[in-house]
Design a protein around this ligand. Structure first.
Ligand SMILES: *[C@@H]1O[C@H](CO)[C@@H](O)[C@H](O)[C@H]1NC(C)=O
Ligand SMILES: *[C@@H]1O[C@H](CO)[C@@H](O)[C@H](O)[C@H]1NC(C)=O
Ligand SMILES: *[C@@H]1O[C@H](CO)[C@@H](O)[C@H](O)[C@H]1NC(C)=O
Ligand SMILES: *[C@@H]1O[C@H](CO)[C@@H](O)[C@H](O)[C@H]1NC(C)=O
Ligand SMILES: *[C@@H]1O[C@H](CO)[C@@H](O)[C@H](O)[C@H]1NC(C)=O
Ligand SMILES: *[C@@H]1O[C@H](CO)[C@@H](O)[C@H](O)[C@H]1NC(C)=O
Length: 409
C-alpha cells in the first residue's frame, strides 16, 4: 500500500482539527465567563490551543523526592497537576490472582501508558474509565488514585466545597477526601481545559526512551523533568516506607549480615534505568532537544528557590507567587504541624534534612554493596562514594559534587 506524505499530512491536520473542535465544544460547555490572567485560552486569536499549552512530565522513580517536586507544579494556579495516573493502568495490566502481581505484557503496558498520557494531556479524563476499578458509573468514581494530591481535583469546579488552598490552608490531603465526595470525570476534563497547562507525575515509565513517541507527537509540546536522586537515599527511603517488602534489607541493616534471600534486583534496575535515561538525555538526541531537564533532588532540597526558578524557566512558565510561598513554608526547619510528619508521602518537612537522612539510616555494609551495584550511576550523577563509616556519618562532608547538567537548549 502506498501512503504519500500528503496523506500523512492530511491525517495529521484532520486529527488536529477534530481535537480542536472537541476542545472547543468542551470549553463552550464550561459555565461562567473566562476570568483571570490565565485564560488566554479565551481570547479569540486563532491559535490551536495545543500549540500554546505546556505538557509537563515529572519523570521519576519511587522515593526519589517526586512528591515534593510535584508540589512545585501543583501549586501553580494555571497548571492542572495529576499525581501518577498510570497507577490505574498498571493495576489493570497485572495479574491480581498471582501473589507477585506479574505484569502480563510489558510492551502492551507501555503502549497503554502512552495512550493514557496523551489523552490526559489533551484533558480527556473519560479515557481513564477504561482502567479505574471498580468501573466508574455515569463518569463518576470514588477510586481515583491519590486524587487529593492534585489541587485542581480538590477545588472548584470539580469540588465546589474546596476553597482556594482549602479554607484553613491545610494540605488538600487532609480535608479533600471528606469534603469533595466522588470525582466527576467530566468536571475534571472541564477544569483541565480551563487551566492553561497540564503536568503529570509518574514513576512507572522505566526509561526516557519509552517517551519518544510522545516527544515526537505534533499535538504535544512535551517538557520532561527527569528527577534523579542518590540511589543510596532512594533505598533508605524505600526501606522506611515499605517495610514489609524490605524486611530482608532491614534485617541486613540491623545485623550487619546480608541475608541470602535479599532482593538486589529492584535497586539494580532502578540504577540502570536512571543511568540509561540520564545518558540519553544528556546526549541530546534530536527528539529530546529542548525537552529534557535533569534535576538532582539534592540540589532542589538544598537550594529550592534557585532550582524552582530553573525548572520554571525550562517549562516556559512564570514562577507564581503561590509557588514561591509554598517553597518558603515547606523548606525550612520550621514544620508547621507535627502530624504532617507522619504522613507516609508527606512533602511538608525540612527538605535538607530529608535529603541527607539516609546517611544515618543505612549500615555501612549496605552502602558499600550499593556503591558497587550502582557505581556508574553515582559517577554519572556526581554522588561521591564513601570508604568508611566515619565518612558516611560525617554530615559536614558533602557527598553531592557540585554539577551543572547543561540546561536544555
Ligand atoms: C495469574 O496468576 C495465576 C497464579 O500465578 C496463574 O495461575 C494464572 O494463569 C495467571 N493468569 C494469567 C492471565 O496469566
Ligand atoms: C458531572 O458533571 C457534568 C458537568 O457538570 C454534569 O452534566 C453531570 O450531570 C455530572 N454527573 C453526575 C453523575 O453528577
Ligand atoms: C519558626 O517560626 C517561628 C514563628 O513562625 C519563628 O519565630 C522562628 O524564628 C522560626 N524558627 C526558625 C528556625 O526558622
Ligand atoms: C538501620 O539501623 C539503624 C540502627 O542500627 C536504625 O537507626 C535505622 O533506622 C535502620 N534503617 C532502616 C532504614 O531501617
Ligand atoms: C566505578 O567506576 C569508575 C568509573 O567508571 C571506575 O574507575 C571504578 O574503578 C569503579 N569502581 C568500582 C568499585 O567498581
Ligand atoms: C568531617 O568532614 C569535614 C569536612 O570534610 C572535616 O573537616 C572534618 O574533619 C570531618 N570530621 C570528622 C570527625 O572526621
Amino acid at each position: 500500500m502506498e501512503c504519500s506524505w500528503k496523506t500523512v499530512l492530511l491525517l495529521v491536520c484532520a486529527s488536529l482539527g477534530v481535537q480542536y473542535t472537541a476542545i472547543h465544544t468542551l470549553r463552550d460547555s464550561l459555565s461562567g465567563p473566562c476570568q483571570g490572567a490565565y485564560h488566554s485560552l479565551c481570547d479569540d486569536s486563532w491559535l490551536p490551543v495545543e500549540s500554546y499549552r505546556k505538557h509537563i512530565l515529572l519523570f521519576a522513580t519511587t522515593r526519589s523526592g517526586s512528591s515534593f517536586t510535584g508540589q512545585l507544579l501543583n501549586q501553580h494556579p494555571a497548571i492542572f497537576y495529576v499525581f501518577e495516573p498510570l497507577y490505574h493502568v498498571q493495576q489493570a495490566f497485572t495479574n491480581s490472582s498471582s501473589r507477585l502481581r506479574r505484569t502480563l505484557d510489558r510492551r502492551a503496558l507501555l503502549g497503554a501508558y502512552r495512550d493514557l498520557l496523551l489523552n490526559l494531556y489533551t484533558c480527556d479524563f473519560h479515557f481513564m474509565e477504561n482502567y479505574i476499578r471498580p468501573e466508574p458509573q455515569d463518569h463518576v468514581t470514588g477510586s481515583f488514585f491519590r486524587r487529593s494530591s492534585s489541587h485542581a481535583l480538590c477545588s472548584p469546579p470539580v469540588c465546589p466545597e474546596g476553597g482556594d488552598g482549602g479554607a484553613t490552608g491545610s494540605p488538600d490531603e487532609i480535608w479533600c477526601p471528606k469534603k469533595c465526595g466522588s470525582l466527576n470525570l467530566t468536571l475534571a476534563s472541564m477544569s483541565c481545559l480551563s487551566r492553561g497547562h497540564v503536568a503529570i507525575k509518574t514513576v512507572r515509565i522505566p526509561e526516557v526512551g519509552d517517551l519518544r513517541t510522545l516527544t515526537e507527537d505534533p499535538r504535544l509540546d512535551l517538557k520532561i523533568i527527569h528527577l534523579v536522586r542518590d540511589p543510596r537515599a532512594i533505598l533508605a527511603s524505600r526501606m522506611m516506607a515499605f517495610s514489609d517488602q524490605f524486611r530482608a534489607w532491614k534485617i541486613w541493616n540491623a545485623t550487619g549480615r546480608q541475608p541470602r534471600y535479599v532482593d538486589l534486583s529492584q535497586i539494580t534496575s532502578t540504577c540502570k534505568d536512571m543511568t540509561a535515561s540520564a545518558e540519553t538525555g544528556l546526549q541530546r538526541p534530536a527528539w529530546l532537544r529542548g525537552r529534557y531537564l535533569l534535576v538532582r533532588y539534592e540540589d532542589l532540597a538544598f537550594n529550592p528557590k534557585d532550582k524552582a526558578i530553573e525548572i520554571y524557566r525550562f517549562v516556559g512558565l512564570e514562577l507564581e507567587e503561590k509557588v514561591r510561598s509554598w517553597i518558603a513554608r515547606n523548606t525550612n526547619s520550621n514544620v508547621s504541624s507535627p502530624s504532617e510528619w507522619n504522613h507516609r508521602y508527606s512533602t511538608t518537612r525540612d527538605s535538607r534534612v530529608t535529603a541527607e537522612s539516609w546517611r544515618l539510616r543505612l549500615s555501612f555494609d549496605i552502602v558499600r554493596t550499593l556503591q558497587n551495584l550502582c557505581n556508574d550511576t553515582l559517577t554519572l550523577l556526581g554522588y561521591k562514594q564513601v570508604h568508611s563509616v566515619a565518612e558516611l556519618r560525617n554530615l559536614s562532608h558533602s557527598l553531592v559534587e557540585p554539577r551543572t547538567f547543561s540546561p536544555a537548549t
